[in-house]
Design a protein around this ligand. Structure first.
Ligand SMILES: Nc1nc2c(ncn2[C@@H]2O[C@H](COP(=O)(O)OP(=O)(O)OP(=O)(O)O)[C@@H](O)[C@H]2O)c(=O)[nH]1
Ligand SMILES: [Mg+2]
Length: 194
């Protein structure tokens, strides 16, 4: 069984925890009640990490790590990224006020992990206020090698499509770098989560 670690980053309220829940079902999450500021948007926010596992195919196990969106937890980004094979930056495509923050996060990951394959996922494509991928591309200016795709993270098929693309890019990248990953790093321990 090949095992890949993928990190899901992005601004507050983008839909990171939702994506991981959609794919993995029962997950380890650290959402806590929001007491100030952003609490007008929703009641709970991730304060440390999300973690879930799912089988993409019979031979591929994916370990998903979600970052907290609030800026004050930014120190978790590097911690969660150790050993990752790829990452997704998720943006709320129906909330242009979050794009500046999304660009900061995107640029941080690109600068810090310049050789790691990634996707810019533009979430909430089901909402009437969705601005479309072109507008997001124009503002965030992703690396030309990075796919930018619309998704609905609460929809299972959409979430799976995103992950199929992510793993395809990861496998393409690392077959060009022999000896890199795809190794069964967790072995028996992961059986406990299945
Ligand atoms: N319409 C729609 N709403 C979504 C979608 N994905 C997430 N949401 C909603 O967006 C809000 C934020 O979702 P979360 O999964 O908590 O977002 P997050 O990125 O984990 O947020 P933080 O951990 O606080 O940074 C919730 O109210 C979700 O129900 C989607 O695809 N479509
Ligand atoms: Mg979250």
């Amino acid at each position: 069984m090949k095992t890949y670690k993928i990190v899901v980053a992005g601004p507050f309220n983008a839909g990171k925890t939702t994506l991981i829940r959609t794919l993995c079902g029962k997950i380890l999450e650290t959402d806590r009640r929001i007491y100030f500021g952003e609490g007008v948007v929703k009641d709970f926010t991730t304060v440390a990490l999300d973690f879930g596992l799912f089988k993409l195919t019979e031979g591929i196990l994916v370990r998903l790590f979600g970052t907290p969106g609030q800026k004050r937890f930014a120190f978790m980004w590097d911690i969660l990224s150790v050993g990752m094979h790829g990452y997704i930056v998720m943006v709320d495509g129906a909330d242009p006020s979050s794009f500046k923050e999304a660009k900061l996060i995107y640029d941080y990951f690109l600068d810090t992990f310049p050789y790691t394959p990634h996707i810019l996922a533009v979430n909430k494509a089901d909402l009437p206020g969705f601005v479309g991928v072109e507008e997001v591309k124009r503002l965030i200016k992703p690396h030309p090698s990075a796919p930018v795709i619309p998704i609905v993270s609460k929809d299972r098929e959409s979430a799976l499509n995103l992950m199929r693309m992510m793993i395809r890019i990861v496998e393409e990248t690392y077959t060009k770098r022999p000896g890199y990953p795809g190794v069964d790093v967790m072995g028996e321990l992961e059986n406990e989560y299945r």
